[in-house]
Design a protein around this ligand. Structure first.
Ligand code: CTP
Ligand code: CA
Length: 225
């Protein structure tokens, strides 16, 4: 028996979401990563799907089931994530929740690095591509609505404002990921939605109380609609 049809306000819209951490190989057995669980991005992908959108979720390694009805691309590194995002375009709305590793090692070891008498291996780091900034700056295929997530452990709003100004996205969601909050890996999130005022391009910040990541997703989808 079918219940009443759920409203499908995003029907016909293509939504792209990145989620989770990335893993940057050091050698065949080691990598650089971070504490992202992917929960916020997965919740957003599921909420967009429930609102009728055609959703592509590009995820780093996480311990979560693929959301039903969502096309999921599983990737490891930042460079793989960027390639998968580019392959998923065009999109109407792109939401970048992934905690992309900022750096990778310059020279990945072909074999396992060994302890030697010579001491520690020097790990030279190079910067990864910034996926959000890259997509925000596209000319022809830039999604009309690009949303970033700013993860900060201090000076949350000020840092997020500066990041917003720098990245070229349309909205920025600021979230406090300092250890006491339990946001990294946890089920709750406290967010601030930064948008630009039509007049003068001034940045406004709207603050929300602590919510489940599902409720943050629902709030964001409501704003998008
Ligand atoms: N991001 C990205 N690619 C990167 C780094 C970040 O797409 N290589 C995206 C994230 O998915 C997020 C936003 O940029 O939407 C902000 O990420 P964050 O790590 O908070 O900002 P950074 O610009 O990397 O600055 P920093 O880590 O130094 O605070
Ligand atoms: Ca970063």
């Amino acid at each position: 028996i079918l219940g009443p049809a759920r409203p499908q306000p995003l029907e016909g819209k293509r939504v792209l979401v990145t989620a989770g951490p990335t893993r940057e190989p050091i050698d065949p057995v080691r990598y650089i990563a971070n504490r992202s669980s992917g929960k916020q991005g997965f919740a957003i992908a599921a909420a967009a799907q429930a609102a009728g959108a055609e959703v592509t979720l590009i995820s780093g390694p996480v311990d979560l089931d693929d959301p039903a009805g969502v096309t999921v691309a599983h990737v490891e590194s930042a460079r793989e994530m960027l390639a998968a995002v580019e392959a998923a375009l065009p999109a109407d709305i792109a939401i970048f929740t992934a905690a992309v590793a900022d750096w990778r090692v310059a020279h990945e070891g072909a074999q396992k690095l060994k302890k030697t008498a010579a001491g520690m291996p020097p790990l030279q780091l190079v910067e990864n591509p910034d996926i959000l900034a890259t997509i925000s700056k596209l000319r022809d295929t830039r999604p009309p609505l690009v949303i970033g997530f700013a993860a900060e452990t201090e000076h949350l709003i000020d840092n997020a404002r500066a990041k917003f100004a720098r990245k070229g996205c349309d909205w920025m969601v600021a979230n406090d990921v300092s250890p006491g909050t339990g946001v990294m890996g946890g089920d709750r999130n406290t967010v601030h939605l930064l948008t630009r005022d039509g007049v003068g391009d001034e940045i406004k910040a709207e603050s929300f109380p602590v919510m489940t990541k599902e409720d943050v997703a629902a709030m964001l989808i409501e704003r998008i609609v």
